[in-house]
Design a protein around this ligand. Structure first.
Ligand code: ADP
Ligand code: MG
Length: 258
């Protein structure tokens, strides 16, 4: 449903001790938006994603997922989520794919994919297996369903991790440098899966250094610098004459994007 706001972040801040890593970030993702989050190492991109899915607790600000605000309590100078039940619910609505695949090594690929739907969502196992098979087909590794992660290439493991996230039917997918740990020849197969997800209308927030993805797949580019959004806009503007000097300098390090 285009127009529906799936994720809304209002002025979030995050400090580690005296170091303020996020200094007031606001961002809305509507249904089907694919937002590339770019920025130098240390600019706060991972912390931002981790605050959204509550792996970290923002020190201040508001986060809304699919119209529901994450409730926080402020006590003795600390901020934490008010309800673990809500945290679990919000997490089930947000898929997260990390740089380092994070599959369970003692489970086959199929077991990895059905684990969440069966044990967290308590859905019937046979139904979850049938859906998992479809997802594995979609990411191109159906033939690996009974293999253990260690037997797969990095690109196959990352595609399995994407399938595992999708099995929870998330409202928004968060990706934190999903291709940064891969050998260059395996990057394309993961980007293709992400591109087809985007084309199907998945709402995605993607931290990446893949300028071709940012330029050709996302419909918005957000450039973070030192814990703030320095500039943002459609890729045509950001990669065209509308770029800020800081963003221009940043992309200069990557050469001309394809
Ligand atoms: P990016 O993903 O853009 O490279 P990060 O969000 O990982 O940036 O980190 C932003 C800043 O926050 C860095 O200076 C980093 O050292 C600091 N930081 C991140 N996580 C922690 C933590 N758990 N404790 C203390 N400092 C942290
Ligand atoms: Mg990071």
């Amino acid at each position: 449903m285009p127009g529906v706001v799936r994720l809304s972040v209002r002025n979030i801040r995050k400090s580690f001790g005296t170091h303020e890593v996020l200094r007031g970030i606001s961002l809305d993702a509507q249904d089907g938006d694919v937002i590339s989050l770019l920025g130098a190492s240390g600019s706060g991109k991972s912390t931002f994603l981790r605050c959204i899915n509550l792996l970290e607790t923002a020190t201040d600000g508001e986060i809304w997922v699919d119209g529901e605000q994450i409730r926080m309590v402020h006590k003795a100078g600390k901020t934490k989520p008010a309800s673990q039940k809500q945290v679990d619910h919000i997490r089930s609505e947000l898929g997260m794919v990390f740089q380092s695949f994070n599959l369970w090594s003692h489970m086959t690929i199929l077991q990895n994919v059905i684990e969440g739907p069966v044990h967290v969502l308590k859905r019937p196992r046979a139904e979850c297996i049938a859906e998992a098979e479809v997802l594995l087909e979609k990411v191109g590794i159906a033939d690996k369903r009974h293999a253990y992660p260690a037997l797969l290439s990095g690109g196959q493991q990352q595609r399995a991790a994407i399938a595992r996230s999708l099995a929870m039917k998330p409202k928004v997918m968060l990706f934190d440098e999903p291709t940064s740990a891969l050998d260059p020849e395996l990057v394309g197969e993961v980007l293709r899966v992400m591109r087809s997800l985007a084309e199907e209308g998945m709402t995605m927030l993607v931290v990446t250094h893949e300028m071709s993805f940012a330029r050709n797949v996302s419909n918005r580019v957000v450039f973070m610098r030192e814990g703030l959004i320095e500039s943002s806009g459609p890729p045509q503007e950001m990669f065209g004459s509308g770029a800020s000097p800081a963003f221009r300098q940043f992309i200069g390090h990557f050469g001309a994007p394809a």
